[in-house]
Structure formats: C-alpha cells, structure tokens
Design a protein around this ligand. Structure first.
Ligand code: AMP
Ligand code: ZN
Length: 467
C-alpha cells in the first residue's frame, strides 16, 4: 500500500519512494542531555516511534540513527550564550560527561517506559568529533566557511538558496531572534560551524583552529553522513528545528558534499501547556514521573498523543492524560475480552478494519483515525480471538504493549489499594504462615467488606477492587 508523508522540504504530502527498495534510512535529532527530557520532548520521540513502526508494518527494513547531543548546543540558537552542557555542569558542580551520562540514562529509561522502539544506532556527538572536523575543513575548502576570532562560520550568501525549508526572509533588516550582530560575520544569518573555546571551557578538542568544540548543527550533518551516507531517506525532528538547525544542516551538507542529504524532512508539532510551548527554558515542563504521581502511566501519555495528528499542536492537561489512562485500561480490558472470546467474525469485517487502519497510518501517520478504528474493534459486540489478534497487529504500530494488558491492569488496581488494606493483607499472610486459618479467613472477610478482593496466586496474595 502506498505511503504518503508530509515533506517540509516540498511543503506538501507526497508519496514515499525509498532510495533502496524495501529499505528506509532515517536520521532523528535526539535529545540534548543537560537535564531530564520533558513530555513535550517525548511527543517528538513518540512520533519518531510511530514512523519507524509504520515502516515495519509495511514490511520495510530500517536503518535508523539517532544522536545524543552532549556538546555544542548553546543556550541561544543565535550562536550566543553558554553551552547547555557546561552550564548544567557548573550548576550541578559535576563534570559535563557525568551530566551527559546521567541524563542519557534517564532518557533511555523513559523511552523504554513509553515502549518506544530503539533506533538501530544511538550515537553521541562527542564520539564523532573527527568526522565533524573533517566536514568543517571541506566546507572551508569549498569556499563556504571562514574563520573569525570566535570560530568558523558558514557564509550563507554563497548558497543558491537559503533558507530552503522555511520562508524566513533573510535578506532584509528582519534580524529575527536568532540573529546577533557580530561585525566579524559576513552576513547576519551566517552561523557557527566550530567554536573556539574560552580558557576555562571544559569540553574542547584539538583542531586546526586551536582548542575548540563543534557547533550543534555540524554534529548532526557529520553523524548523518557517517552512519547513513550522503543521501538517506528521512530526517526527523521537532518544528523548532525547521528554521535554524535543519536549515543549517542542509546548508552544511551543500557546502561539504554538494547537496541536501535527506529526501524527506519531517517535523513534529509542539506540545503546549496553557496554550504556550512547553519548554525547559520557560520552566513550564512536566516529566513522565510527574504524570505517574497523578496516576497516569507513560503509555497513557502515549495514547494521549494519539488524540492529535503529529503536525497539529496538542494542548496538555492532567485531566486529558488521566482520561487517556482510563481509556487505556478500557482498551486493555477490551483486548482481554476478545482474547477470551469465542465468537466468529466475518473475514470481510476483519479485512475492512485492517484496511482502514493501514490506510490511516500510511496517510502521513494519521493516528487519530487509526485509533478510531481500534475503538471500533473494541466496541464490536462479538468477542473473538481473531479480533484480539488484529488488535495485537495494530499494536505493532501503536506500541501500547497490549500483549501485557493483564499485568498492567493488575498493577493499576494495585496502585489504588489503600495502606490499611495492604496492612491487613500482611496480617493475613502472617496468619496463614502460622496456619491460623480462622484468623486468615476473618481478615479476608474484613477486606471484602472494605471493598477489596484477595486472590491467592503462586506469586503471593493479590488484591483487586471488587466491582
Ligand atoms: P532538545 O533536547 O531540547 O534538543 O529537544 C529534543 C526534541 O524535543 C526536539 O526534537 C525538539 O524539537 C522537541 N521538543 C522540544 N520541546 C517540545 C514540545 N513542547 N513539544 C514537542 N516537541 C518538543
Ligand atoms: Zn540534529
């Protein structure tokens, strides 16, 4: 079935045609690991997950690379301010590498809790410095780069066209937020490829330009080229990457090897909070752990993201994500009812569901429509193992781990158990150990009167709320 994707480069939805038949190569801009990633960031990685899962569903082999930015991302996109890693290191009184290791670990744990499929390769910027230096050299040699007292800059006026992704006017006086007046720069929109390190800078490398460190944009250009080659299928990121980071990545690749590296550029819209962007710098961010405290699992947040197309803004509320938690539990219950059902479903109904789900995901990842088909399956009055199987097939794209529905439902019931009930359960286990069956039964009845039910399993006593 044809796959259509919205390409920021052409500003339209177009058929996906791979460079190599049945294979897809994807580069995804990864996190800057100077603090914990927030749920807004995870919206971008849930989108990335859906994309790779959709390709797998369509039988593609994936070659997917994601970077970890552990140096060079400055606090301002206008090439000013401090390196975010150095700033965090100073604030926390630690080495920047320790900071990077800590937040990378937290990030990987979080994406696992979201059941996000890991890319084939996750690579750190600091592990690819020599390829970055090489690329900057090439850019200088081909006349696109020049040196100033601060670093090596890219001369955007040398390009036939800049920008190509966004419609920013770079010609006039419209010196937007990312422009800083620097008399050494040839053009206001010229950007740093390589940055000369001040004396006290912690992360720096020997280079033809002295002790220095990479600019954020050159990192992704060099890593994409190293691991996926000079022409790959798709480059992903968030919409904030369009006007600066990705624009500059394309410029660098043109300056280094003559062309834009990716055929499709895809961008995920923002998660908003109170109508504004959720961002670390604005301080209005939530972590997955904060959702958990309010009773919403990471997977409920994933389902919440499916309420909106990835190219639309999505407004976050705790209410919204808590109702997604309830919906997720209903989905799990629906799956289990089907897994235990014995009704027969018409083949034509099954293939109609499958066709509509498949069309939705192939239509630029239309998850709201796809999830609508899932609910139709759940609402079918007939309950059958074949529908359960179909739901598991859909889950290859949804990534909601439906196969483990029973475990999650038990866990979510456990969460609601009050402390006094847990104490009674403990007293009952003790009574059973002492073979005091009368006392054990008395406690069981008491627990039952309080609205809970005990089930003795091989893993010990499990408690559920009585329905
Ligand atoms: P960073 O770690 O800041 O480099 O960002 C990691 C990813 O999260 C990038 O793809 C950003 O575009 C994306 N991102 C940042 N804030 C948001 C948000 N509020 N909603 C959706 N994506 C975001
Ligand atoms: Zn990037």
């Amino acid at each position: 079935m044809q796959i259509n994707l919205y390409n920021t480069l052409t500003h339209k939805k177009q058929e996906f045609i791979p460079i190599k038949k049945e294979n897809v190569s994807i580069y995804s801009c990864g996190p800057t690991v100077y603090s914990y990633a927030h749920i807004g960031n995870f919206r971008a990685y849930i989108f990335m997950d859906n994309l790779r899962r959709m390709f797998k569903y369509n039988g593609y082999n994936l070659n997917h690379v994601m970077n970890i930015t552990d140096v060079g991302h400055l606090t301002s996109d206008a090439d000013t301010g401090e390196d975010k890693m150095e700033k965090a290191a100073k604030k926390e009184g630690k080495d920047p590498y320790e900071i990077a290791a800590h937040y990378t670990k937290a990030f990987l744990e979080d994406i696992e809790s979201l059941n996000i499929d890991k890319p084939n390769l996750i690579t750190k910027a600091t592990d690819n410095i020599s390829e970055m230096i090489q690329m900057v050299k090439e850019i200088i040699d081909s006349g696109y780069g020049y040196e100033t007292s601060k670093g090596i800059y890219f001369d955007v006026s040398k390009l036939d066209k800049y920008p190509v992704l966004s419609n920013n006017d770079v010609s006039g006086e419209n010196a937007g937020a990312r422009i800083v007046v620097d008399p050494e720069k040839r053009n206001p929109y010229d950007f740093a490829l390589w940055i000369k390190a001040p004396e006290n800078h912690l992360m720096k490398w020997d280079s033809p330009w002295g002790k220095s460190y990479p600019g954020w944009h050159i990192e992704c250009s060099a890593m994409g080229r190293k691991f996926l080659g000079e022409n790959f299928d798709i480059h992903t990121g968030g919409v904030d990457h369009i006007p600066v980071h990705h624009e500059n990545e394309i410029a660098q690749c043109k300056g280094s090897f003559g062309h834009n590296p990716a055929n499709y550029w895809m961008h995920c819209e923002f998660l908003l909070v109170d109508g504004g962007k959720m961002s670390k710098s604005l301080g209005n961010v939530y972590r997955l752990s904060e959702l958990k405290e309010k009773g919403a699992e990471p997977l409920a947040y994933k389902l919440f993201c499916y309420s909106s197309h990835y190219r639309n803004k999505l407004n976050f509320t705790f209410e919204g994500v808590c109702s997604s938690q309830k919906a997720l539990n209903r989905l799990r219950e629906g799956y289990l009812k089907n897994a235990n059902g014995n009704d027969t479903i018409d083949e034509s109904i099954m293939s109609e569901y499958e066709k509509r789900f498949h069309e939705a995901i192939n239509d630029d990842l239309n998850m709201p429509v796809a999830i609508g088909v899932v609910w139709e399956v759940i609402r079918n009055e007939k309950k059958s193992k074949s529908l359960a199987k179909l739901l598991l097939k859909f889950d290859e794209v949804l990534g909601l781990d439906l196969i483990n529905s029973e475990k999650y439902l038990q866990e979510s019931k456990k969460i609601e158990v009050p402390e006094e009930i847990n104490e009674l359960i403990e007293q009952r286990s003790k009574a059973k150990e002492e073979k005091n069956w009368t006392e054990a039964d008395r406690i069981r009845d008491l627990i039952s009167q309080m609205g809970y039910m005990i089930k003795d399993t091989k893993n010990g006593a499990q408690v559920e709320k009585r329905s």
